[in-house]
Design a protein around this ligand. Structure first.
Ligand code: TYD
Length: 208
Protein backbone atom coordinates (compact mmCIF):
# COMPACT_ATOMS: atom_id res chain seq x y z
CA UNK A 1 0.00 0.00 0.00
CA UNK A 2 1.37 3.41 -1.01
CA UNK A 3 2.61 5.56 1.88
CA UNK A 4 0.57 8.68 2.59
CA UNK A 5 1.44 12.18 3.70
CA UNK A 6 -0.92 13.75 6.29
CA UNK A 7 -0.68 17.40 7.26
CA UNK A 8 -2.17 18.79 10.49
CA UNK A 9 -3.10 22.45 10.41
CA UNK A 10 -5.04 25.03 12.33
CA UNK A 11 -5.11 28.09 14.41
CA UNK A 12 -2.97 28.39 17.49
CA UNK A 13 -4.56 26.54 20.40
CA UNK A 14 -7.05 24.54 18.27
CA UNK A 15 -5.57 21.21 19.38
CA UNK A 16 -3.85 20.03 16.21
CA UNK A 17 -0.70 18.72 17.91
CA UNK A 18 -2.71 16.54 20.31
CA UNK A 19 -4.65 15.14 17.35
CA UNK A 20 -1.47 14.56 15.33
CA UNK A 21 -0.15 12.53 18.29
CA UNK A 22 -3.34 10.45 18.40
CA UNK A 23 -3.19 9.65 14.68
CA UNK A 24 0.48 8.72 15.14
CA UNK A 25 -0.55 6.22 17.86
CA UNK A 26 -3.31 4.78 15.67
CA UNK A 27 -1.05 4.31 12.63
CA UNK A 28 1.70 2.86 14.83
CA UNK A 29 -0.77 0.37 16.30
CA UNK A 30 -1.70 -0.65 12.74
CA UNK A 31 1.98 -1.40 12.08
CA UNK A 32 2.51 1.40 9.56
CA UNK A 33 5.64 2.67 11.29
CA UNK A 34 4.77 6.33 10.68
CA UNK A 35 7.10 9.32 10.91
CA UNK A 36 5.87 12.31 12.94
CA UNK A 37 7.61 15.66 12.34
CA UNK A 38 6.85 19.30 12.99
CA UNK A 39 7.38 22.54 11.13
CA UNK A 40 9.30 24.67 11.45
CA UNK A 41 11.78 22.37 13.11
CA UNK A 42 12.86 18.75 13.38
CA UNK A 43 16.12 19.30 11.42
CA UNK A 44 19.00 21.39 12.81
CA UNK A 45 18.37 24.19 10.31
CA UNK A 46 14.63 23.99 10.98
CA UNK A 47 15.09 24.31 14.75
CA UNK A 48 17.45 27.30 14.29
CA UNK A 49 14.97 29.01 11.96
CA UNK A 50 12.15 28.20 14.39
CA UNK A 51 13.99 30.08 17.16
CA UNK A 52 14.48 33.09 14.87
CA UNK A 53 10.99 33.14 13.38
CA UNK A 54 9.04 32.56 16.61
CA UNK A 55 11.07 34.99 18.71
CA UNK A 56 8.48 37.36 20.20
CA UNK A 57 11.10 40.14 20.49
CA UNK A 58 12.35 40.15 16.91
CA UNK A 59 11.76 43.05 14.52
CA UNK A 60 8.90 42.82 11.99
CA UNK A 61 9.87 41.22 8.70
CA UNK A 62 8.07 41.41 5.39
CA UNK A 63 5.64 38.48 5.03
CA UNK A 64 7.50 37.19 1.96
CA UNK A 65 10.82 37.15 3.85
CA UNK A 66 9.09 35.06 6.52
CA UNK A 67 7.62 32.77 3.86
CA UNK A 68 11.05 32.18 2.29
CA UNK A 69 12.54 31.26 5.68
CA UNK A 70 9.70 28.81 6.35
CA UNK A 71 10.35 27.28 2.93
CA UNK A 72 14.07 26.93 3.73
CA UNK A 73 13.12 24.91 6.83
CA UNK A 74 10.58 22.93 4.75
CA UNK A 75 13.08 22.11 2.01
CA UNK A 76 15.50 20.66 4.55
CA UNK A 77 12.80 18.59 6.26
CA UNK A 78 11.50 17.30 2.94
CA UNK A 79 14.90 16.20 1.69
CA UNK A 80 16.25 14.85 4.98
CA UNK A 81 13.17 13.10 6.32
CA UNK A 82 9.77 13.34 4.62
CA UNK A 83 10.82 12.30 1.10
CA UNK A 84 12.99 9.35 2.24
CA UNK A 85 10.29 8.12 4.68
CA UNK A 86 7.58 8.14 2.00
CA UNK A 87 9.89 6.37 -0.43
CA UNK A 88 10.58 3.71 2.18
CA UNK A 89 6.82 3.14 2.57
CA UNK A 90 6.18 4.97 5.85
CA UNK A 91 3.19 7.27 6.30
CA UNK A 92 4.23 10.78 7.39
CA UNK A 93 2.36 13.03 9.81
CA UNK A 94 3.51 16.64 9.71
CA UNK A 95 2.44 19.31 12.21
CA UNK A 96 2.06 22.28 9.83
CA UNK A 97 3.27 22.55 6.23
CA UNK A 98 2.65 24.91 3.25
CA UNK A 99 -0.98 25.57 4.29
CA UNK A 100 0.42 27.37 7.37
CA UNK A 101 2.43 29.65 5.10
CA UNK A 102 -0.76 30.49 3.18
CA UNK A 103 -2.58 31.08 6.47
CA UNK A 104 0.07 33.11 8.30
CA UNK A 105 2.13 34.82 5.55
CA UNK A 106 -0.51 35.81 2.96
CA UNK A 107 -1.80 39.36 3.26
CA UNK A 108 -3.53 39.30 -0.14
CA UNK A 109 -4.08 37.12 -3.19
CA UNK A 110 -0.73 38.06 -4.73
CA UNK A 111 0.95 36.58 -1.62
CA UNK A 112 -1.13 33.41 -2.16
CA UNK A 113 0.26 33.18 -5.70
CA UNK A 114 3.80 33.85 -4.47
CA UNK A 115 3.54 31.03 -1.91
CA UNK A 116 1.95 28.66 -4.45
CA UNK A 117 4.84 29.40 -6.84
CA UNK A 118 7.55 28.65 -4.26
CA UNK A 119 5.68 25.49 -3.22
CA UNK A 120 5.73 24.36 -6.83
CA UNK A 121 9.49 24.96 -7.07
CA UNK A 122 10.54 23.51 -3.70
CA UNK A 123 7.99 20.90 -2.69
CA UNK A 124 5.95 19.57 -5.56
CA UNK A 125 8.40 17.12 -7.09
CA UNK A 126 9.33 15.57 -3.72
CA UNK A 127 6.04 15.10 -1.86
CA UNK A 128 2.51 16.45 -2.02
CA UNK A 129 0.16 16.08 0.96
CA UNK A 130 -2.52 13.41 0.47
CA UNK A 131 -4.64 14.98 3.17
CA UNK A 132 -4.68 18.32 4.98
CA UNK A 133 -6.75 18.48 8.17
CA UNK A 134 -7.54 21.97 9.42
CA UNK A 135 -8.56 22.24 13.07
CA UNK A 136 -10.88 25.22 13.13
CA UNK A 137 -12.15 27.30 16.02
CA UNK A 138 -13.33 30.85 16.58
CA UNK A 139 -10.52 33.44 16.73
CA UNK A 140 -11.79 34.35 20.22
CA UNK A 141 -11.33 30.74 21.37
CA UNK A 142 -7.89 30.50 19.81
CA UNK A 143 -6.83 33.78 21.39
CA UNK A 144 -8.16 32.79 24.82
CA UNK A 145 -6.41 29.39 24.76
CA UNK A 146 -3.15 30.99 23.72
CA UNK A 147 -3.42 33.60 26.49
CA UNK A 148 -4.14 30.84 29.05
CA UNK A 149 -1.07 28.86 27.96
CA UNK A 150 2.62 29.33 28.64
CA UNK A 151 4.69 32.16 27.10
CA UNK A 152 3.34 33.26 23.70
CA UNK A 153 5.49 33.05 20.58
CA UNK A 154 5.78 35.91 18.08
CA UNK A 155 2.82 34.76 15.97
CA UNK A 156 0.55 34.01 18.92
CA UNK A 157 1.19 37.46 20.37
CA UNK A 158 -0.04 39.25 17.22
CA UNK A 159 -3.55 39.39 18.66
CA UNK A 160 -7.08 38.53 17.73
CA UNK A 161 -7.25 40.42 14.42
CA UNK A 162 -4.33 38.39 13.18
CA UNK A 163 -6.07 35.14 14.25
CA UNK A 164 -9.12 36.30 12.24
CA UNK A 165 -6.99 36.71 9.13
CA UNK A 166 -5.37 33.31 9.70
CA UNK A 167 -8.79 31.69 9.88
CA UNK A 168 -9.99 33.47 6.74
CA UNK A 169 -6.86 32.30 4.89
CA UNK A 170 -7.43 28.70 5.96
CA UNK A 171 -10.95 28.94 4.49
CA UNK A 172 -9.47 30.24 1.25
CA UNK A 173 -7.08 27.30 1.24
CA UNK A 174 -10.05 24.95 1.62
CA UNK A 175 -11.82 26.65 -1.27
CA UNK A 176 -8.77 26.27 -3.50
CA UNK A 177 -8.05 22.64 -2.54
CA UNK A 178 -11.31 21.01 -1.34
CA UNK A 179 -10.39 17.52 -2.59
CA UNK A 180 -7.51 17.05 -0.18
CA UNK A 181 -8.81 19.14 2.73
CA UNK A 182 -10.96 18.41 5.77
CA UNK A 183 -12.02 21.28 8.04
CA UNK A 184 -12.94 20.16 11.55
CA UNK A 185 -14.96 22.36 13.86
CA UNK A 186 -13.22 22.09 17.23
CA UNK A 187 -15.56 24.27 19.29
CA UNK A 188 -17.03 22.37 22.23
CA UNK A 189 -16.10 18.91 21.03
CA UNK A 190 -14.12 16.41 22.97
CA UNK A 191 -10.75 15.04 21.94
CA UNK A 192 -12.02 11.48 21.29
CA UNK A 193 -14.87 12.69 19.07
CA UNK A 194 -12.51 14.73 16.96
CA UNK A 195 -10.01 11.87 16.75
CA UNK A 196 -12.79 9.52 15.51
CA UNK A 197 -13.59 11.99 12.71
CA UNK A 198 -9.90 12.28 11.76
CA UNK A 199 -9.39 8.50 11.81
CA UNK A 200 -12.46 7.88 9.64
CA UNK A 201 -11.43 10.48 7.05
CA UNK A 202 -7.85 9.14 6.93
CA UNK A 203 -9.15 5.59 6.38
CA UNK A 204 -11.53 6.79 3.62
CA UNK A 205 -8.81 8.81 1.90
CA UNK A 206 -6.39 5.92 2.03
CA UNK A 207 -8.85 3.89 -0.02
CA UNK A 208 -9.59 6.67 -2.54
P1 TYD B 1 3.46 25.55 16.17
O1 TYD B 1 4.70 24.97 16.74
O2 TYD B 1 2.54 24.62 15.49
O3 TYD B 1 2.75 26.34 17.29
P2 TYD B 1 1.53 25.83 18.15
O4 TYD B 1 1.78 24.39 18.49
O5 TYD B 1 1.62 26.74 19.32
O6 TYD B 1 0.32 26.02 17.28
O7 TYD B 1 3.79 26.64 15.05
C1 TYD B 1 4.63 27.67 15.28
C2 TYD B 1 4.14 28.98 14.72
O8 TYD B 1 4.70 29.19 13.43
C3 TYD B 1 2.63 29.09 14.58
O9 TYD B 1 2.20 30.24 15.28
C4 TYD B 1 2.42 29.30 13.10
C5 TYD B 1 3.73 29.76 12.57
N1 TYD B 1 4.00 29.35 11.17
C6 TYD B 1 3.92 30.29 10.16
O10 TYD B 1 3.64 31.47 10.42
N2 TYD B 1 4.17 29.93 8.86
C7 TYD B 1 4.51 28.65 8.52
O11 TYD B 1 4.74 28.34 7.32
C8 TYD B 1 4.60 27.67 9.58
C9 TYD B 1 4.98 26.25 9.26
C10 TYD B 1 4.32 28.06 10.89
Amino acid sequence: MKAKFWVFEGMDGAGKSTQAGLLFEKLSAEGRNPLHVREPGTTMLGESLRKMLLDADREDWHQRSEALLFFAARNELLRQQIGPALQAGHDVICDRFTPSTFAYQAKDSSDFDFIAGIHQLVVADIAQPDGVIIFDCKPETSYQRVCDGSKQDGFESRGIEFQRKVRENYHQFYQRFPDITLVIDCEERNIDDIHDQVAQWVDDKRND
